[in-house]
Design a protein around this ligand. Structure first.
Ligand code: ATP
Ligand code: MG
Length: 558
Protein backbone atom coordinates (compact mmCIF):
# COMPACT_ATOMS: atom_id res chain seq x y z
CA UNK A 1 0.00 0.00 0.00
CA UNK A 2 1.40 3.40 -0.86
CA UNK A 3 1.74 5.95 1.87
CA UNK A 4 -0.94 8.06 0.25
CA UNK A 5 -3.38 5.23 0.88
CA UNK A 6 -2.55 5.01 4.53
CA UNK A 7 -2.43 8.66 5.41
CA UNK A 8 -4.89 10.30 3.09
CA UNK A 9 -3.88 13.79 2.14
CA UNK A 10 -1.46 14.67 4.92
CA UNK A 11 0.94 17.37 3.77
CA UNK A 12 2.39 17.75 7.26
CA UNK A 13 4.04 14.37 7.06
CA UNK A 14 5.78 15.59 3.94
CA UNK A 15 7.08 18.70 5.70
CA UNK A 16 8.33 16.76 8.69
CA UNK A 17 9.96 14.09 6.59
CA UNK A 18 11.83 16.80 4.69
CA UNK A 19 12.91 18.45 7.96
CA UNK A 20 14.31 15.11 9.07
CA UNK A 21 16.02 14.37 5.76
CA UNK A 22 17.58 17.81 5.56
CA UNK A 23 18.82 17.73 9.12
CA UNK A 24 16.62 20.48 10.55
CA UNK A 25 15.43 18.29 13.40
CA UNK A 26 18.19 17.80 15.94
CA UNK A 27 16.26 15.55 18.30
CA UNK A 28 12.94 13.83 17.81
CA UNK A 29 9.67 15.34 16.70
CA UNK A 30 7.69 17.06 19.45
CA UNK A 31 4.11 18.21 18.88
CA UNK A 32 1.48 19.42 21.30
CA UNK A 33 -2.30 19.52 21.62
CA UNK A 34 -3.22 22.85 23.22
CA UNK A 35 -6.88 23.01 24.26
CA UNK A 36 -8.32 25.96 26.07
CA UNK A 37 -10.23 24.49 29.04
CA UNK A 38 -13.40 26.47 28.36
CA UNK A 39 -15.62 23.62 27.21
CA UNK A 40 -15.67 19.98 26.21
CA UNK A 41 -13.72 18.81 23.19
CA UNK A 42 -15.63 18.23 19.96
CA UNK A 43 -15.12 16.28 16.74
CA UNK A 44 -12.91 19.05 15.36
CA UNK A 45 -10.61 18.68 18.34
CA UNK A 46 -10.59 14.93 17.75
CA UNK A 47 -9.07 15.68 14.39
CA UNK A 48 -6.42 17.93 15.93
CA UNK A 49 -5.67 15.24 18.55
CA UNK A 50 -5.37 12.51 15.94
CA UNK A 51 -3.13 14.75 13.90
CA UNK A 52 -0.78 15.86 16.67
CA UNK A 53 -0.58 12.54 18.52
CA UNK A 54 -0.67 10.66 15.23
CA UNK A 55 2.31 12.54 13.77
CA UNK A 56 4.31 12.01 16.95
CA UNK A 57 3.48 8.30 16.88
CA UNK A 58 4.31 8.00 13.20
CA UNK A 59 7.71 9.65 13.50
CA UNK A 60 8.60 8.12 16.87
CA UNK A 61 8.39 11.48 18.62
CA UNK A 62 6.16 12.71 21.40
CA UNK A 63 3.10 14.83 21.90
CA UNK A 64 2.42 17.09 24.87
CA UNK A 65 -0.90 18.03 26.35
CA UNK A 66 -0.82 21.69 27.26
CA UNK A 67 -3.82 23.58 28.55
CA UNK A 68 -3.90 26.99 27.01
CA UNK A 69 -5.15 28.69 30.13
CA UNK A 70 -4.65 32.42 29.74
CA UNK A 71 -8.30 33.39 30.15
CA UNK A 72 -9.29 32.39 33.70
CA UNK A 73 -12.76 33.89 33.37
CA UNK A 74 -14.02 31.13 31.10
CA UNK A 75 -12.00 28.18 32.31
CA UNK A 76 -12.91 25.41 34.73
CA UNK A 77 -11.37 22.37 36.36
CA UNK A 78 -14.28 20.20 35.18
CA UNK A 79 -13.27 20.92 31.58
CA UNK A 80 -9.64 20.11 32.35
CA UNK A 81 -10.68 16.70 33.70
CA UNK A 82 -13.04 15.95 30.82
CA UNK A 83 -10.44 16.85 28.20
CA UNK A 84 -7.89 14.45 29.65
CA UNK A 85 -10.44 11.67 29.79
CA UNK A 86 -11.43 12.29 26.16
CA UNK A 87 -7.85 12.15 24.88
CA UNK A 88 -7.18 8.89 26.70
CA UNK A 89 -10.44 7.41 25.51
CA UNK A 90 -9.41 8.17 21.94
CA UNK A 91 -6.38 6.02 22.68
CA UNK A 92 -3.61 8.56 23.15
CA UNK A 93 -1.30 9.35 26.02
CA UNK A 94 0.63 12.60 26.27
CA UNK A 95 4.32 12.51 27.03
CA UNK A 96 5.26 13.65 30.52
CA UNK A 97 2.99 15.54 32.86
CA UNK A 98 -0.12 17.48 31.96
CA UNK A 99 1.22 20.90 31.14
CA UNK A 100 -0.33 24.32 31.51
CA UNK A 101 0.58 27.57 29.82
CA UNK A 102 0.16 28.99 33.32
CA UNK A 103 3.21 26.92 34.38
CA UNK A 104 5.17 29.50 32.39
CA UNK A 105 3.64 32.68 33.76
CA UNK A 106 6.86 33.52 35.66
CA UNK A 107 8.99 33.01 32.58
CA UNK A 108 6.56 34.91 30.39
CA UNK A 109 6.71 37.79 32.83
CA UNK A 110 10.50 37.75 32.56
CA UNK A 111 10.22 37.71 28.78
CA UNK A 112 7.97 40.75 28.94
CA UNK A 113 10.52 42.52 31.14
CA UNK A 114 13.24 41.57 28.64
CA UNK A 115 11.21 43.13 25.83
CA UNK A 116 10.72 46.30 27.86
CA UNK A 117 14.43 46.51 28.59
CA UNK A 118 15.18 46.12 24.90
CA UNK A 119 12.83 49.03 24.15
CA UNK A 120 10.41 46.67 22.40
CA UNK A 121 7.40 46.89 24.68
CA UNK A 122 5.53 49.70 26.42
CA UNK A 123 2.68 50.27 28.79
CA UNK A 124 -0.19 51.94 26.98
CA UNK A 125 -3.08 53.82 28.55
CA UNK A 126 -5.32 54.28 25.55
CA UNK A 127 -8.87 53.20 26.24
CA UNK A 128 -10.16 50.23 24.25
CA UNK A 129 -12.05 52.61 22.01
CA UNK A 130 -9.06 54.88 21.41
CA UNK A 131 -6.86 51.88 20.75
CA UNK A 132 -9.28 50.73 18.08
CA UNK A 133 -9.09 54.14 16.44
CA UNK A 134 -5.31 54.19 16.51
CA UNK A 135 -5.08 50.70 15.11
CA UNK A 136 -6.16 51.73 11.60
CA UNK A 137 -7.96 49.40 9.22
CA UNK A 138 -7.12 46.82 6.61
CA UNK A 139 -6.59 49.60 4.10
CA UNK A 140 -5.21 52.36 6.35
CA UNK A 141 -2.13 52.20 8.53
CA UNK A 142 -2.45 52.75 12.26
CA UNK A 143 -1.00 55.62 14.30
CA UNK A 144 1.53 55.46 17.08
CA UNK A 145 0.15 55.54 20.60
CA UNK A 146 1.15 58.65 22.54
CA UNK A 147 2.61 56.26 25.17
CA UNK A 148 4.87 54.52 22.68
CA UNK A 149 8.04 56.44 23.45
CA UNK A 150 8.11 55.92 27.19
CA UNK A 151 11.54 54.99 28.50
CA UNK A 152 12.28 51.40 29.52
CA UNK A 153 12.59 52.57 33.15
CA UNK A 154 9.17 54.15 33.12
CA UNK A 155 7.67 51.12 31.39
CA UNK A 156 9.23 48.76 33.90
CA UNK A 157 7.80 50.74 36.80
CA UNK A 158 4.39 50.86 35.15
CA UNK A 159 4.39 47.16 34.34
CA UNK A 160 5.33 46.35 37.90
CA UNK A 161 2.53 48.55 39.16
CA UNK A 162 0.15 46.68 36.86
CA UNK A 163 1.38 43.45 38.32
CA UNK A 164 0.95 44.74 41.85
CA UNK A 165 -2.70 45.43 41.25
CA UNK A 166 -2.39 49.21 41.38
CA UNK A 167 -4.64 49.77 38.35
CA UNK A 168 -8.14 48.79 37.43
CA UNK A 169 -8.92 46.25 34.73
CA UNK A 170 -8.61 47.86 31.31
CA UNK A 171 -6.77 50.92 32.60
CA UNK A 172 -3.43 49.89 31.10
CA UNK A 173 -2.00 47.19 28.91
CA UNK A 174 1.48 46.13 27.89
CA UNK A 175 2.02 46.24 24.14
CA UNK A 176 4.81 44.97 21.94
CA UNK A 177 6.43 47.79 19.98
CA UNK A 178 6.48 46.49 16.44
CA UNK A 179 5.02 48.53 13.58
CA UNK A 180 1.77 50.52 13.53
CA UNK A 181 1.86 50.65 9.75
CA UNK A 182 2.38 46.94 9.18
CA UNK A 183 -0.08 45.58 6.60
CA UNK A 184 -0.73 42.69 8.99
CA UNK A 185 -2.82 44.17 11.78
CA UNK A 186 -1.53 41.57 14.23
CA UNK A 187 1.83 43.35 14.08
CA UNK A 188 0.44 46.78 14.97
CA UNK A 189 1.75 46.88 18.52
CA UNK A 190 -0.33 43.95 19.81
CA UNK A 191 -1.35 43.71 23.44
CA UNK A 192 0.76 41.20 25.30
CA UNK A 193 -0.45 41.64 28.90
CA UNK A 194 -3.76 42.77 30.29
CA UNK A 195 -5.10 43.34 33.77
CA UNK A 196 -7.65 40.74 34.92
CA UNK A 197 -8.52 40.67 38.58
CA UNK A 198 -9.54 37.04 38.40
CA UNK A 199 -8.70 33.97 40.40
CA UNK A 200 -7.03 31.43 38.15
CA UNK A 201 -7.81 27.71 38.42
CA UNK A 202 -4.09 26.87 38.53
CA UNK A 203 -2.31 29.93 39.91
CA UNK A 204 -4.99 31.17 42.28
CA UNK A 205 -4.59 34.86 43.10
CA UNK A 206 -0.91 35.06 42.34
CA UNK A 207 -1.49 37.13 39.22
CA UNK A 208 -3.77 39.99 38.33
CA UNK A 209 -2.17 40.44 34.92
CA UNK A 210 -2.37 37.72 32.31
CA UNK A 211 -0.46 37.29 29.04
CA UNK A 212 -2.47 37.16 25.82
CA UNK A 213 -2.74 34.04 23.73
CA UNK A 214 -0.26 35.43 21.19
CA UNK A 215 2.32 36.21 23.83
CA UNK A 216 1.90 32.78 25.40
CA UNK A 217 1.57 30.21 22.73
CA UNK A 218 4.82 30.35 20.80
CA UNK A 219 6.89 30.95 23.90
CA UNK A 220 5.29 27.95 25.60
CA UNK A 221 6.11 25.92 22.50
CA UNK A 222 9.73 27.09 22.73
CA UNK A 223 10.00 26.36 26.45
CA UNK A 224 8.72 22.82 25.87
CA UNK A 225 10.93 22.19 22.85
CA UNK A 226 7.98 21.76 20.50
CA UNK A 227 9.39 21.34 17.01
CA UNK A 228 6.21 21.61 14.96
CA UNK A 229 3.39 23.75 16.33
CA UNK A 230 0.34 22.75 14.35
CA UNK A 231 -2.76 24.89 14.47
CA UNK A 232 -5.79 25.77 12.40
CA UNK A 233 -5.84 28.27 9.55
CA UNK A 234 -7.26 31.19 11.50
CA UNK A 235 -3.81 31.52 13.07
CA UNK A 236 -2.04 31.93 9.77
CA UNK A 237 -2.13 35.73 10.11
CA UNK A 238 -0.66 35.38 13.59
CA UNK A 239 2.38 33.48 12.36
CA UNK A 240 4.50 36.61 11.70
CA UNK A 241 3.84 37.66 15.29
CA UNK A 242 4.62 34.16 16.56
CA UNK A 243 7.94 34.43 14.73
CA UNK A 244 8.61 37.97 15.92
CA UNK A 245 8.37 36.87 19.54
CA UNK A 246 10.59 33.85 18.94
CA UNK A 247 13.20 36.12 17.31
CA UNK A 248 13.04 38.90 19.86
CA UNK A 249 12.89 36.96 23.12
CA UNK A 250 15.55 34.91 24.89
CA UNK A 251 13.66 31.66 24.21
CA UNK A 252 15.47 28.29 24.38
CA UNK A 253 14.28 26.95 21.00
CA UNK A 254 12.76 27.99 17.70
CA UNK A 255 9.55 26.12 17.03
CA UNK A 256 7.74 26.60 13.73
CA UNK A 257 4.03 27.05 13.26
CA UNK A 258 2.09 25.22 10.55
CA UNK A 259 -1.58 25.61 9.76
CA UNK A 260 -4.21 23.21 8.48
CA UNK A 261 -7.93 23.58 7.74
CA UNK A 262 -10.45 23.08 10.50
CA UNK A 263 -12.73 20.12 10.25
CA UNK A 264 -16.27 21.22 9.49
CA UNK A 265 -19.12 18.73 9.27
CA UNK A 266 -22.59 19.42 8.01
CA UNK A 267 -25.67 18.92 10.21
CA UNK A 268 -23.72 19.95 13.28
CA UNK A 269 -21.86 22.80 14.91
CA UNK A 270 -18.25 22.71 16.05
CA UNK A 271 -17.75 25.75 18.17
CA UNK A 272 -17.44 25.51 21.90
CA UNK A 273 -19.41 28.70 22.27
CA UNK A 274 -22.38 27.22 20.40
CA UNK A 275 -22.11 23.87 22.12
CA UNK A 276 -22.13 25.70 25.44
CA UNK A 277 -25.28 27.52 24.34
CA UNK A 278 -26.96 24.16 23.66
CA UNK A 279 -26.08 23.08 27.20
CA UNK A 280 -26.96 26.39 28.86
CA UNK A 281 -30.31 26.63 27.05
CA UNK A 282 -31.13 23.04 28.04
CA UNK A 283 -31.55 22.01 24.42
CA UNK A 284 -29.51 18.96 25.36
CA UNK A 285 -29.01 17.22 28.69
CA UNK A 286 -25.37 18.25 29.07
CA UNK A 287 -22.01 18.35 27.34
CA UNK A 288 -22.06 14.57 27.02
CA UNK A 289 -25.62 14.28 25.75
CA UNK A 290 -25.42 11.52 23.13
CA UNK A 291 -26.50 13.96 20.40
CA UNK A 292 -23.64 16.34 21.02
CA UNK A 293 -20.67 16.31 18.63
CA UNK A 294 -18.43 16.37 21.70
CA UNK A 295 -16.06 13.48 22.22
CA UNK A 296 -17.84 12.71 25.49
CA UNK A 297 -21.22 12.85 23.72
CA UNK A 298 -20.10 10.62 20.89
CA UNK A 299 -18.68 8.20 23.43
CA UNK A 300 -21.99 8.07 25.24
CA UNK A 301 -23.74 7.62 21.93
CA UNK A 302 -21.73 4.46 21.31
CA UNK A 303 -19.21 5.70 18.76
CA UNK A 304 -15.89 3.89 19.02
CA UNK A 305 -12.44 5.46 19.35
CA UNK A 306 -11.23 3.35 16.44
CA UNK A 307 -14.01 4.62 14.16
CA UNK A 308 -13.32 8.22 15.11
CA UNK A 309 -9.62 7.82 14.48
CA UNK A 310 -10.32 6.15 11.17
CA UNK A 311 -12.68 8.95 10.21
CA UNK A 312 -10.07 11.60 11.04
CA UNK A 313 -7.60 9.77 8.87
CA UNK A 314 -10.08 9.46 6.02
CA UNK A 315 -10.90 13.17 5.93
CA UNK A 316 -7.20 13.93 5.58
CA UNK A 317 -5.38 17.13 6.36
CA UNK A 318 -5.95 20.00 4.00
CA UNK A 319 -4.80 23.56 3.57
CA UNK A 320 -8.20 24.86 2.54
CA UNK A 321 -11.56 24.77 4.28
CA UNK A 322 -14.17 22.28 3.23
CA UNK A 323 -17.25 20.66 4.70
CA UNK A 324 -17.33 16.96 5.36
CA UNK A 325 -20.60 15.10 5.01
CA UNK A 326 -22.01 13.78 8.26
CA UNK A 327 -22.84 10.59 6.36
CA UNK A 328 -19.12 9.91 6.14
CA UNK A 329 -18.75 9.96 9.92
CA UNK A 330 -21.84 7.80 10.30
CA UNK A 331 -20.49 5.40 7.72
CA UNK A 332 -17.26 5.02 9.68
CA UNK A 333 -19.26 4.24 12.81
CA UNK A 334 -21.52 1.69 11.10
CA UNK A 335 -18.60 0.05 9.44
CA UNK A 336 -16.79 -0.49 12.72
CA UNK A 337 -19.89 -1.64 14.60
CA UNK A 338 -20.93 -3.99 11.83
CA UNK A 339 -17.57 -5.71 12.09
CA UNK A 340 -17.20 -5.68 15.84
CA UNK A 341 -20.51 -5.35 17.67
CA UNK A 342 -22.09 -8.60 18.90
CA UNK A 343 -25.64 -9.26 17.76
CA UNK A 344 -28.61 -9.29 20.09
CA UNK A 345 -32.37 -9.09 19.95
CA UNK A 346 -34.59 -6.39 21.37
CA UNK A 347 -38.31 -5.93 20.80
CA UNK A 348 -39.32 -2.31 21.14
CA UNK A 349 -43.06 -2.40 20.44
CA UNK A 350 -44.07 -5.80 21.76
CA UNK A 351 -46.89 -8.03 20.52
CA UNK A 352 -47.33 -11.33 22.33
CA UNK A 353 -47.34 -14.64 20.47
CA UNK A 354 -48.71 -17.69 22.26
CA UNK A 355 -47.38 -20.94 20.80
CA UNK A 356 -50.17 -23.30 21.82
CA UNK A 357 -48.39 -26.55 20.91
CA UNK A 358 -45.29 -25.66 22.93
CA UNK A 359 -45.18 -27.13 26.48
CA UNK A 360 -46.47 -24.76 29.16
CA UNK A 361 -43.40 -24.23 31.35
CA UNK A 362 -40.64 -25.48 29.11
CA UNK A 363 -37.54 -23.32 28.66
CA UNK A 364 -35.24 -24.41 25.91
CA UNK A 365 -31.83 -22.77 25.52
CA UNK A 366 -31.11 -22.20 21.86
CA UNK A 367 -27.56 -21.37 20.90
CA UNK A 368 -27.01 -18.40 18.60
CA UNK A 369 -23.81 -16.88 17.25
CA UNK A 370 -22.55 -13.74 18.91
CA UNK A 371 -21.73 -12.41 15.45
CA UNK A 372 -22.38 -13.88 11.99
CA UNK A 373 -18.72 -13.96 11.01
CA UNK A 374 -16.72 -13.49 14.17
CA UNK A 375 -16.24 -16.83 15.92
CA UNK A 376 -14.20 -15.06 18.58
CA UNK A 377 -17.37 -13.36 19.79
CA UNK A 378 -18.70 -16.73 20.90
CA UNK A 379 -22.24 -18.01 21.29
CA UNK A 380 -25.15 -16.70 23.23
CA UNK A 381 -28.07 -18.60 24.73
CA UNK A 382 -31.60 -17.63 23.81
CA UNK A 383 -34.31 -19.10 26.00
CA UNK A 384 -37.31 -20.22 23.94
CA UNK A 385 -40.69 -20.43 25.65
CA UNK A 386 -44.38 -20.82 24.94
CA UNK A 387 -44.91 -17.06 24.90
CA UNK A 388 -42.64 -14.72 23.01
CA UNK A 389 -42.73 -11.09 21.93
CA UNK A 390 -42.27 -9.84 18.41
CA UNK A 391 -42.54 -6.30 17.03
CA UNK A 392 -46.13 -5.25 16.54
CA UNK A 393 -45.43 -4.17 12.98
CA UNK A 394 -43.96 -7.56 12.13
CA UNK A 395 -47.50 -8.98 12.16
CA UNK A 396 -50.45 -8.36 9.86
CA UNK A 397 -53.79 -10.03 9.52
CA UNK A 398 -53.57 -9.61 5.77
CA UNK A 399 -50.72 -8.59 3.53
CA UNK A 400 -49.43 -8.89 0.02
CA UNK A 401 -46.34 -10.84 -0.96
CA UNK A 402 -43.99 -7.96 -0.31
CA UNK A 403 -44.61 -8.25 3.40
CA UNK A 404 -42.13 -10.93 4.38
CA UNK A 405 -43.02 -11.13 8.04
CA UNK A 406 -45.79 -12.85 9.99
CA UNK A 407 -49.26 -12.91 8.44
CA UNK A 408 -52.34 -14.69 9.72
CA UNK A 409 -52.46 -18.15 8.19
CA UNK A 410 -48.83 -17.94 7.07
CA UNK A 411 -45.40 -18.87 8.34
CA UNK A 412 -42.35 -16.98 9.48
CA UNK A 413 -39.06 -17.99 11.04
CA UNK A 414 -38.10 -16.66 14.43
CA UNK A 415 -34.46 -15.69 14.20
CA UNK A 416 -32.17 -18.47 15.48
CA UNK A 417 -35.26 -20.53 16.42
CA UNK A 418 -38.34 -22.23 14.94
CA UNK A 419 -40.79 -21.65 12.13
CA UNK A 420 -44.22 -20.55 13.36
CA UNK A 421 -47.64 -20.52 11.76
CA UNK A 422 -50.03 -17.74 12.81
CA UNK A 423 -53.42 -19.27 13.45
CA UNK A 424 -55.63 -16.93 15.38
CA UNK A 425 -55.79 -13.33 16.48
CA UNK A 426 -57.08 -12.27 19.88
CA UNK A 427 -58.44 -8.71 20.10
CA UNK A 428 -59.60 -6.51 22.93
CA UNK A 429 -62.94 -4.67 23.00
CA UNK A 430 -61.54 -1.81 20.93
CA UNK A 431 -60.41 -4.21 18.26
CA UNK A 432 -56.70 -3.94 19.06
CA UNK A 433 -54.70 -7.09 18.59
CA UNK A 434 -53.48 -8.27 22.00
CA UNK A 435 -52.19 -11.74 21.14
CA UNK A 436 -51.57 -13.95 18.18
CA UNK A 437 -51.93 -17.67 18.66
CA UNK A 438 -49.46 -19.74 16.71
CA UNK A 439 -48.18 -23.24 16.33
CA UNK A 440 -44.56 -24.13 15.92
CA UNK A 441 -42.89 -26.88 13.97
CA UNK A 442 -40.37 -28.69 16.22
CA UNK A 443 -38.42 -29.92 13.20
CA UNK A 444 -37.52 -26.50 11.93
CA UNK A 445 -34.68 -25.60 14.26
CA UNK A 446 -31.65 -24.80 12.14
CA UNK A 447 -31.32 -23.75 8.58
CA UNK A 448 -33.11 -26.55 6.73
CA UNK A 449 -36.75 -26.99 7.70
CA UNK A 450 -38.05 -30.52 7.08
CA UNK A 451 -41.46 -29.47 5.82
CA UNK A 452 -39.86 -28.09 2.69
CA UNK A 453 -41.81 -24.85 3.02
CA UNK A 454 -39.16 -22.30 3.66
CA UNK A 455 -40.70 -19.10 5.02
CA UNK A 456 -39.30 -16.03 3.32
CA UNK A 457 -39.26 -13.91 6.40
CA UNK A 458 -37.11 -14.03 9.52
CA UNK A 459 -38.10 -11.83 12.44
CA UNK A 460 -36.58 -11.12 15.82
CA UNK A 461 -38.22 -12.07 19.10
CA UNK A 462 -37.67 -12.28 22.85
CA UNK A 463 -39.06 -14.80 25.34
CA UNK A 464 -41.94 -13.26 27.29
CA UNK A 465 -41.16 -15.12 30.48
CA UNK A 466 -37.36 -15.11 30.33
CA UNK A 467 -36.68 -11.81 28.57
CA UNK A 468 -35.84 -8.65 30.47
CA UNK A 469 -37.35 -5.20 30.31
CA UNK A 470 -35.22 -2.33 29.11
CA UNK A 471 -35.40 1.36 28.31
CA UNK A 472 -34.20 2.31 24.89
CA UNK A 473 -33.35 5.87 23.94
CA UNK A 474 -33.49 6.73 20.29
CA UNK A 475 -31.11 9.45 19.17
CA UNK A 476 -30.86 11.04 15.79
CA UNK A 477 -29.03 14.01 14.28
CA UNK A 478 -29.30 17.09 16.47
CA UNK A 479 -29.93 19.46 13.57
CA UNK A 480 -32.24 19.03 10.63
CA UNK A 481 -30.44 21.65 8.56
CA UNK A 482 -27.23 20.93 6.66
CA UNK A 483 -25.59 24.14 7.82
CA UNK A 484 -27.29 25.10 11.06
CA UNK A 485 -24.91 27.94 11.88
CA UNK A 486 -24.22 29.41 8.49
CA UNK A 487 -27.49 31.08 7.64
CA UNK A 488 -28.54 34.39 9.13
CA UNK A 489 -30.92 32.73 11.59
CA UNK A 490 -30.23 31.55 15.09
CA UNK A 491 -28.72 28.07 14.86
CA UNK A 492 -30.98 26.91 17.70
CA UNK A 493 -33.92 27.20 15.31
CA UNK A 494 -32.54 24.28 13.35
CA UNK A 495 -32.53 21.82 16.20
CA UNK A 496 -34.21 18.61 15.06
CA UNK A 497 -37.31 18.20 17.27
CA UNK A 498 -37.18 14.44 16.63
CA UNK A 499 -33.59 13.98 17.70
CA UNK A 500 -34.51 12.20 20.93
CA UNK A 501 -37.23 9.87 22.14
CA UNK A 502 -37.50 7.29 24.86
CA UNK A 503 -39.05 3.85 24.46
CA UNK A 504 -39.93 2.30 27.79
CA UNK A 505 -40.92 -1.32 28.19
CA UNK A 506 -38.74 -2.87 25.52
CA UNK A 507 -37.87 -6.55 25.82
CA UNK A 508 -34.29 -7.72 25.51
CA UNK A 509 -32.81 -11.20 25.48
CA UNK A 510 -31.89 -11.92 29.10
CA UNK A 511 -28.12 -12.16 28.64
CA UNK A 512 -28.04 -8.56 27.52
CA UNK A 513 -29.09 -7.12 30.87
CA UNK A 514 -25.83 -8.13 32.48
CA UNK A 515 -23.57 -6.43 29.98
CA UNK A 516 -21.17 -3.78 31.17
CA UNK A 517 -21.98 -0.12 30.59
CA UNK A 518 -20.65 1.00 27.20
CA UNK A 519 -21.05 -2.47 25.65
CA UNK A 520 -22.11 -2.04 22.04
CA UNK A 521 -24.49 -4.27 20.09
CA UNK A 522 -26.34 -4.59 16.88
CA UNK A 523 -29.96 -5.19 17.79
CA UNK A 524 -30.85 -7.32 14.83
CA UNK A 525 -32.97 -5.57 12.21
CA UNK A 526 -33.11 -2.43 14.37
CA UNK A 527 -29.79 -0.63 14.65
CA UNK A 528 -26.66 -0.25 16.72
CA UNK A 529 -27.02 0.37 20.43
CA UNK A 530 -24.83 0.94 23.46
CA UNK A 531 -25.48 0.29 27.15
CA UNK A 532 -25.53 3.75 28.67
CA UNK A 533 -22.27 4.69 30.28
CA UNK A 534 -23.89 6.15 33.39
CA UNK A 535 -27.45 4.87 33.67
CA UNK A 536 -27.35 1.25 32.54
CA UNK A 537 -27.51 -1.49 35.19
CA UNK A 538 -28.50 -5.15 35.22
CA UNK A 539 -31.60 -4.22 37.23
CA UNK A 540 -32.58 -1.36 34.95
CA UNK A 541 -31.02 -1.83 31.54
CA UNK A 542 -30.74 1.36 29.47
CA UNK A 543 -29.55 1.37 25.87
CA UNK A 544 -28.87 4.32 23.59
CA UNK A 545 -29.29 4.01 19.88
CA UNK A 546 -25.98 4.84 18.30
CA UNK A 547 -27.23 4.80 14.77
CA UNK A 548 -29.79 3.12 12.55
CA UNK A 549 -28.68 0.24 10.35
CA UNK A 550 -28.96 2.36 7.22
CA UNK A 551 -28.75 6.03 6.38
CA UNK A 552 -32.23 7.48 6.11
CA UNK A 553 -31.07 11.09 5.71
CA UNK A 554 -29.68 10.96 2.20
CA UNK A 555 -33.16 10.75 0.70
CA UNK A 556 -35.11 12.83 3.16
CA UNK A 557 -33.21 16.06 2.53
CA UNK A 558 -33.20 18.06 -0.63
P1 ATP B 1 -13.70 26.45 19.31
O1 ATP B 1 -13.80 27.27 18.07
O2 ATP B 1 -14.56 25.25 19.29
O3 ATP B 1 -13.80 27.22 20.57
P2 ATP B 1 -10.90 26.52 19.61
O4 ATP B 1 -10.01 26.51 18.45
O5 ATP B 1 -11.07 27.82 20.29
O6 ATP B 1 -12.24 25.84 19.22
P3 ATP B 1 -9.07 25.27 21.38
O7 ATP B 1 -9.33 24.64 22.69
O8 ATP B 1 -8.29 26.52 21.34
O9 ATP B 1 -10.48 25.50 20.71
O10 ATP B 1 -8.47 24.21 20.36
C1 ATP B 1 -7.44 23.33 20.65
C2 ATP B 1 -6.84 22.86 19.36
O11 ATP B 1 -7.81 22.22 18.55
C3 ATP B 1 -6.30 24.02 18.56
O12 ATP B 1 -5.05 23.68 18.06
C4 ATP B 1 -7.31 24.20 17.47
O13 ATP B 1 -6.73 24.72 16.33
C5 ATP B 1 -7.83 22.77 17.26
N1 ATP B 1 -9.18 22.78 16.72
C6 ATP B 1 -10.27 23.40 17.21
N2 ATP B 1 -11.33 23.22 16.42
C7 ATP B 1 -10.92 22.46 15.38
C8 ATP B 1 -11.55 21.94 14.20
N3 ATP B 1 -12.84 22.16 13.94
N4 ATP B 1 -10.80 21.18 13.37
C9 ATP B 1 -9.52 20.93 13.63
N5 ATP B 1 -8.86 21.40 14.70
C10 ATP B 1 -9.54 22.16 15.58
MG1 MG C 1 -8.85 28.67 20.64
Amino acid sequence: MSEQDVTGNNFLRGIIRKDIEEGRLSGSLVTRFPPEPNGFLHIGHAKSICLNFGLAEYFGGQCHLRFDDTNPAKEEQAYIDAIQEDIQWLGYQWAGPVRYASDYFDTLYEYAVALINAGKAYVCELSAEQAREYRGTLTEPGRNSPFRERSPEENLAEFEAMRNGEYEEGAKVLRAKIDMSAPNINLRDPIIYRIRKQTHHQTGDKWCIYPTYDFTHGQSDAIEGITHSICTLEFEDHRPLYEWFIENLPVPAEPKQYEFARLNINYTVTSKRKLKALVDENVVAGWDDPRMPTIAGMRRRGFTPAALRHFCEMVGVARSEGIVDMAMLEHAIRDDLDKNAPRAMCVMDPLKLVIHNYPQSQVEQLGAPGHPNRDDLGERQLPFTREVYIERDDFREEANKKFKRLVLGKKVRLRNAYVLLAEQVVKDEQGNIVEVHCSYDPDTLGADPSDGVKPKGVIHWVSASEGRRATVRIYDRLFNHASPDRGGEDFLEHVNPDSFSVVEGCWIEPGLANCAPESRFQFERTGYFVADRHEHSAEQPVFNRTIALRDSWGKAEA
